[in-house]
Design a protein around this ligand. Sequence first.
Ligand code: SF4
Length: 131
Amino acid sequence: MSETVKLVCIMCPMGCPLQLEHEGSELREVTGHDCNRGAKYARQEFTDPRRGLSTTVAIAGARWSRLPVKASRPVRKEQVREAARRIHALRVQAPVRCGQVLLKDLLGEAGLDVVATRSMDRAAKETPASS
Ligand code: SF4
């Protein structure tokens, strides 16, 4: 027996209401989308939902005590909490360059890296990393 799941597409500000008709884990049809991005989003959300993850880590020796970072690609929804926990356990040392990989293969997933999203030079006066 088929069932319907309703989602709002988050790929652009239009927010199209999507309906996903499925039988168990098999997706039959997506309707309500105004473009292919919406259909792709619906399929992804149904089969392998993922979320972007941006946060900060402690940095020592820089002017600031926290460095903004992000996961290089979306993280499986059910693993976001564990991913954030592992990222928060990181301690880095200045200088750091924007785009620098700080941790490779997060959660054992090849190519899922933690990268700096800004550069931080070494400060003239050392600042201890905050936790
Ligand atoms: S389906 Fe297309 S037009 Fe509609 S919200 Fe998604 S991206 Fe925007």
